[in-house]
Design a protein. Structure first.
Length: 257
């Protein structure tokens, strides 16, 4: 399934499940920031008029389990779909609540426990900012007519909110964690959300030479390899934790109090 066809299927699924209760459907993530890379998800934000009921949650989850894939050469991309209720983000307040979040990394949990429930999601500040920067809908009105801009202080707070969970994945999801740390640093320093490779370009000359190869390798993997093709030498593995510590020190100096 090609990317455009897969996105269109997601939009049709939202339409079948939510109908007129969906205010708009908006792309975010890599597809907006700098273009899809080999391992990129298809990131979609849905704004609704109300919270979904139980049957709607079940139908949306079942549809996503069929549309989303594990990634890899030739297969469908993973879909990350976030649903937010319009009145819960406009007027904007922090932290926001997501009504529904689907990600491929949660597939086994959903299959065992059922559809996701509403939960606090600071990351929505980042998603909304990226959707607004893209400026175009997959369905519905332009995002600027639906979503409020996120204040810089909340963008900064959202950038650091997920760091504990992120660091817990350093050994198992190394490429993504290494690049996300660089992007958090970049966002705090510049106020911009940049593509992961562009964030790496900003961070690399600001790192000490001993840990720079870690970010250089993660950047190359991001641009050229699926996750199944990811490899790290023993020497680079030994430098991953010092790299993370170095970037965290920079983040700590910039993070809001």
């Amino acid at each position: 399934m090609r990317d455009l066809e897969q996105v269109q299927e997601v939009v049709r699924l939202v339409g079948r499940v939510l109908g007129s209760e969906a205010v708009g459907v908006y792309p975010h993530g890599s597809g907006v920031l700098g273009g899809l890379r080999p391992a990129s998800d298809l990131d979609v934000l849905v704004v609704t008029r109300r919270r979904m009921n139980g049957p709607e949650r079940r139908a949306l989850l079942d549809g996503l389990l069929n549309v989303s894939g594990p990634g890899g050469p030739g297969g469908p991309r993973p879909v990350e779909l976030t649903v937010v209720v319009h009145s819960e983000v406009r007027p904007w307040r922090f932290p926001p609540t997501a009504d529904f979040l689907y990600g491929e990394w949660l597939r086994e949990e959903f299959m065992a426990s059922g559809p996701p429930a509403p939960e606090s999601m600071p990351d929505l500040a980042l998603l909304i900012t990226i959707a607004l920067s893209g400026g175009h809908p997959l369905s519905g009105p332009p995002p600027a007519r639906v979503l409020d801009p996120v204040p810089p202080v909340d963008l900064a707070r959202a950038s650091v909110a997920g760091l504990p969970d992120l660091l817990a994945e350093l050994d198992g999801d190394t490429r993504n964690v290494v690049l996300t740390l660089a992007r958090v640093w970049t966002t705090l320093a510049t106020g911009e959300i940049r593509p992961k490779d562009a964030a790496a370009d900003w961070a690399l000359p600001r790192l000490r030479p001993a840990v720079r190869p870690v970010l250089e390798h993660a950047r190359e993997l991001y641009l050229t390899r699926h996750y199944s093709e990811e490899t790290w030498s023993g020497e680079l593995r030994a430098r991953v934790r010092p790299y993370a510590d170095a970037v965290l020190a920079e983040i700590g100096r910039l993070a809001p109090g």
